[in-house]
Design a protein around this ligand. Structure first.
Ligand SMILES: NC(=O)c1ccc[n+]([C@@H]2O[C@H](COP(=O)([O-])OP(=O)(O)OC[C@H]3O[C@@H](n4cnc5c(N)ncnc54)[C@H](O)[C@@H]3O)[C@@H](O)[C@H]2O)c1
Length: 257
């Protein structure tokens, strides 16, 4: 639909159907809520059954469902996409948000930690795009939003697997954008900086390197998810958008010490 003929009273993602992974908590939950506020029907997909179910119920059965999904399992993905189509009849937007941390540097990371982080953060995004693609392709326009990290834009000391997985998501996003852009499926990555969520609750991180002088809110990432999910961003494909208060713009403490 041409942008100029949209009903401007309608939501920014009115009548779209979105599946958000890791939506029981943090950035995924804020994204699911923001998409629902802007008119989408939303599938909350997570391994955390109790929290996910409660969040879907809070949004209301008319516009939301919970689906159990382990993103590292292709069979679980097939089921989640089938349940989405059963519930809402189509799928327009896939937000690959589920992710885990995992400490350890290049010299000392435990191989089991390496594999676990890769399985969720990188394999999970690949399996998700593969499983959702037939449904996404069925629409005139569709959008995949992959949540990477600033660890997918720079190095991250002490988090070798996490950084490698997030750079993997970055590369996979660019490649998918080239392959799918001609079919109306746009693929973009968001690179959050320090965002206050349960994942980062135990981390003590300095904010001197952040020009904004503070950590970010999940809602400040969610608003970019809505933009990329909506047709407002229909000429944006293969983009990598940092949502980091300026942290990766350059060296913010240069000249101060
Ligand atoms: N919080 C930050 O500062 C920050 C910064 C950069 C990137 N990110 C990325 O944003 C995303 C969301 O992080 P968050 O901070 O909201 O974390 P969070 O821990 O609050 O939420 C992550 C959610 O993912 C779910 N999950 C974990 N493994 C899963 C699996 N195998 N299958 C399905 N769901 C699974 C968890 O149950 C949880 O609900 C992650 O990809 C993370 O790497 C976060």
């Amino acid at each position: 639909m041409p942008l100029e003929t949209r009903n401007i009273a309608a939501g920014r993602v009115q009548d779209k159907v979105a599946l958000v992974t890791g939506a029981a908590s943090g950035i995924g939950l804020a994204s699911a809520r923001a998409l629902a506020e802007q008119g989408a029907r939303v599938v909350i997909a997570d391994v955390a059954d109790e929290a996910g179910l409660a969040q879907a119920e809070a949004l209301g059965a008319e516009i939301s469902r919970f689906v159990h999904l382990d993103v590292s399992d292709p069979g679980s993905w097939r089921n989640a996409v089938a349940e989405t189509l059963d519930a809402f009849g189509k799928l327009d937007v896939l937000v690959n948000n589920a992710g885990i941390g995992g400490r350890g540097g290049v010299a000392d990371i435990d191989p089991a930690t390496w594999r676990a982080v890769m399985a969720v953060n990188l394999d999970g995004v690949f399996y998700g795009m593969s499983a959702a693609l037939p449904a996404l392709r069925a629409n005139e326009t569709a959008s995949i939003v992959n949540i990477s990290s600033i660890a997918g834009l720079t190095g991250f000391k002490g988090s070798a697997a996490y950084s490698a997985s997030k750079w993997g998501v970055h590369g996979l996003t660019k490649t998918a954008a080239l392959e799918l852009g001609g079919e109306g499926v746009r693929v973009n990555s968001i690179h959050p900086g320090s965002i206050a969520t349960p994942m980062t609750a135990d981390l003590s991180r300095g904010i001197g390197q952040i020009p904004a002088g503070r950590t970010g809110l999940p809602e400040e990432v969610a608003s970019v998810v809505v933009h990329l999910a909506s047709d407002e961003s229909r000429f944006t494909n293969g983009a990598s958008i940092a949502v980091d208060g300026g942290e990766t713009a350059g060296n913010n403490i240069r000249g101060l010490i």
